[in-house]
Each structure stands twice: as structure tokens, then as C-alpha cells.
Design a binder for this molecule. Structure first.
Ligand code: PLP
Length: 423
């Protein structure tokens, strides 16, 4: 097949994520990308209104980040991170610690969002064991999504994505994901067996893959207050919400909450390379230090703290300045104007905006497998826009370089699609 076109090679050999190959049709072939746009092999532009699974932060192929990666590739490509270190990792760790909520000073590198969550769960559980007071349980929210590895799946809400593995997942205490209810349920849990609770894990302010559900800063603060009062660790999974997605640089910081652990990935490198981070307090770090080598965190990945990814991370972080905050505020305004246009349509339910994310539910929808999702994807693609609804939940999450006019045109596409649906 070596003479075949590359989309034909894909058809013959590639197994795509979250894809039902029997019905999905050919994937969209993308030849290059720049700013807010992807380009197919004919050069047709496609506006990336979902930041390529929420990773592209400032824009595709950002020249400053691309140059930082190229320069790093010529200098130091990769080195084992157990026993060795390098400048991009040390500087990125220090720069992250300087911008994260105060107190999160220790940076453990991994590969992606799921591994950042695995590391957080392992640190939390081993922390109690190392202290000589083991705790076995973890609490997590309904509708949570923390990734696709086994620990992350265990913490995630049980459903379609986890059904095939339910017997293998560890049990967690499930808290309702509703303002007011989450704190009441947590209070009850802590009163009744809380001494075995190692940690609570949440997606602060915005539950992403579970349906772009927004929850309040007040409830998040209540979860922090209760966990602190009972000496339970709080893990903030900011894999989606980090780096300005919800407006402030971090959703926890915006709510004036300091968790014990924060998971980061996606926008960490501006979306150019995979990298995960679990940031921890010094108190947690110290619990792993001692003459007894069994206290060690026995976790690592071949590409831990890859220098190219760390260089990209530093370049991306430097771009998160005042001007970028202004662009995010402009996106939020454009979302509000766009959603106002759609509000009142009989199929639009619960329109919501949080920073650079806007979403609504389709009335009468049938969840993640609702065929309306792929229909909207095809409709939008014909109009030159990339959208990938979570079934009957339609959302926009563009890169920060998108203009209000471009966003307005995306809302126009969504409005035209809604008019094709029966009431
Ligand atoms: N945590 C959250 C909140 C996420 O949204 C995701 C991915 O969407 C993950 C973890 C998993 O990240 P990854 O897909 O990089 O493994």
C-alpha cells in the first residue's frame, strides 16, 4: 500500500479514539493548521471551534511556541528524568509554582491528563500510608470525567465510557454534582466514615466531558472548607479548566481555593505537545522523603518531563499575559451575544457560559449516543467549522486567537443547524 494516499492508509491501519469505525465514515483529513484554523489537503480552512479536544490554547502552530520546540530539539531532545534533570523542566516547574494557587510548589511531570490524575490519586493514597495512617477511599462527583486509564476511570462517573470495565474499577464515594447538594452529601460522608477518606477529586467549576456542567465557586469553596476541616486532601483536576479556560488562570484560583493537588495537561504546552503535571504542596512532598526507600513515589513514564514539551510549556505560559486575558474576556462577551441569539429557540435548553466555554443542551436529546451530535458535526464541517458535540450537549471552546466575528459566524452555523431540526 506504500503508493496509496495517506487517508487510504489510515483506513487500512489506524484505530481512532472514541470512534465507531463501522458507522463513522472517513475521518476529516487535516494537512496543516495555523491560528484558529485547520486546513484539509485541498487547502480548505476549517475553524477549530473546539480547540482540537480542548488543547489548542493560543492558536495552532503558534510561531513562538513552535520556535521554542525547534530550538529545544536542536539542544536536548530527551533524557531520563529519574536521576537526571534539565533546565526546561526546572524552569517550567518554578514558573508554574509561581502562577498556581499559593502553596502548590512541587511539580511531578507525566504525559497527559489521565496520567496527571493517576499520579494525584497515587500521591493522595500513598501520603496516608507513608504517614502510618492509611486511608483507602476516594470521593468524586457524579458526571465526573477524569480520563481513560483505570484510576481515572474509577474516579469518573460510571456510564457509557466505563461500562465495559465496571468490574475492574475501584469503588469511590459518589457525591451529587449540584450546587448545595455536593456540600451536604460531603458533610454526611465525612460525619459517617470520613476517617477512611483519603481525598476528594473534583473538576473545579466546570465538568467537561460529563456534559459541560457549570457549578458554583461557593460550592467549590464549601468542598475545600469541609475537606480542610476533616484533614481530607482535595484534588483539583484542572486538565480542562487550567490556563484561563474558565476566565481566571486557574478555576481554583478564581474561586480563591487552594487544593492540595492540581492536575494539568491539555493547554499546558499551548496544545502543541503532550505533557501532564501534578502539582502538590510541600507537605505532601515531605511525606515521601525519608531514609526508608519504601516511602518513594514509585511512578514514572519514559517521557517524563520531555524537554521539548517543557520548552513548549514555558513559551505558552509566557503568552498568558494581560493581552491574553483581554482576548479571553472578548471571547466570553462573544459567547454571551451568540447564545443570546440562540436563546428562545425551542430546542435550546440551559444555555451557559464560563469564560471561553459556552454550551447548551438540546431539548429532547438522548444523551451521548444521540445521533444529533454527528449530524451537527457534518453540518458544521460543510460550513467550514469543526464542532464535536457531546451527544446532545453542544459546546464551543475556541482557541484564544479566535475573533468575535469568527465566533459570531460559528453561532450563525449553529443557528442554521437548529432550524433544520424538528421542534
Ligand atoms: N481530566 C479532565 C478534566 C479532562 O477533561 C480530561 C480529558 O478530556 C482528562 C482528565 C484526561 O486527559 P487526557 O485525555 O489528556 O488523558
Amino acid at each position: 500500500m506504500s503508493g496509496a494516499s495517506w487517508p487510504a492508509l489510515d483506513r487500512a491501519h489506524v484505530w481512532h479514539p472514541y470512534t465507531q469505525h463501522a458507522t463513522a465514515g472517513d475521518p476529516i483529513a487535516i494537512a496543516r493548521a495555523s491560528g484558529a484554523y485547520l486546513y484539509d489537503p485541498t487547502g480548505r480552512p476549517i475553524l477549530d471551534a473546539i480547540s482540537s479536544w480542548w488543547v489548542t490554547l493560543h492558536g495552532h502552530a503558534h510561531p513562538v511556541i513552535a520556535e521554542a520546540i525547534a530550538e529545544q530539539a536542536r539542544t536536548l531532545d530527551q533524557v531520563i528524568f529519574a536521576g537526571c534533570t534539565h533546565e526546561p523542566a526546572a524552569r517550567l516547574a518554578s514558573e508554574l509554582a509561581g502562577r498556581l494557587p499559593a502553596g502548590l510548589e512541587r511539580i511531578f511531570f507525566s504525559d497527559d491528563g489521565s496520567t496527571a490524575v493517576e499520579v494525584a490519586l497515587k500521591i493522595a493514597l500513598q501520603y496516608w500510608r507513608n504517614r502510618g495512617t492509611p486511608r483507602r477511599r476516594v470521593a468524586a462527583l457524579e458526571h465526573a470525567y477524569h480520563g481513560d486509564t483505570f484510576g481515572a476511570m474509577s474516579a469518573s462517573g460510571r456510564g457509557l465510557f466505563t461500562a465495559a470495565f465496571d468490574q475492574q474499577l475501584f469503588a469511590v464515594d459518589r457525591l451529587p454534582a449540584a450546587d448545595g447538594e455536593v456540600e451536604t452529601a460531603l458533610e454526611r460522608l465525612l460525619a459517617d466514615g470520613g476517617s477512611d477518606l483519603a481525598a476528594v477529586i473534583v473538576e473545579p467549576r466546570l465538568q467537561g466531558a460529563g456534559g459541560m456542567r457549570v457549578w458554583s465557586a461557593e460550592s467549590l469553596r464549601a468542598v475545600r472548607r469541609l475537606t480542610r476541616e476533616h484533614g481530607v486532601l482535595l484534588i483539583a483536576d484542572e486538565v480542562l479548566t487550567g490556563f484561563g479556560r474558565t476566565g481566571p488562570l486557574f478555576a481554583t484560583g478564581g474561586a480563591e481555593v487552594v487544593p492540595d493537588l492540581i492536575c494539568l495537561s491539555k493547554g499546558l504546552t499551548g496544545g502543541l505537545l503532550p505533557l501532564g503535571v501534578t502539582a502538590a504542596t510541600n507537605e505532601l512532598f515531605e511525606a515521601f522523603a525519608g531514609a526508608d526507600r519504601r516511602l518513594t513515589l514509585f511512578h514514572g513514564h519514559s517521557f517524563t518531563a520531555n524537554p521539548l514539551a517543557c520548552a513548549a510549556g514555558r513559551a505558552s505560559l509566557a503568552l498568558l499575559d494581560e493581552a491574553c486575558a483581554g482576548r479571553r474576556a472578548a471571547i466570553e462577551r462573544a459567547h454571551r451575544a451568540g447564545l443570546a441569539r440562540l436563546d428562545g429557540h425551542p430546542r435550546v435548553r440551559r444555555p451557559r457560559v464560563l469564560g471561553t466555554m459556552a454550551a447548551f443542551d438540546l431539548d429532547g436529546g438522548r444523551g451521548y449516543l444521540d445521533p444529533v451530535g454527528p449530524r451537527l458535526t457534518r453540518f458544521a464541517l460543510d460550513a467550514g467549522v469543526l464542532l464535536r458535540p457531546l451527544g446532545d450537549v453542544v459546546y464551543l471552546l475556541p482557541p484564544y486567537c479566535v475573533t468575535p466575528e469568527e465566533l459570531d459566524s460559528v453561532y450563525g452555523v449553529v443557528a442554521r443547524f437548529l432550524d433544520t431540526l424538528d421542534d
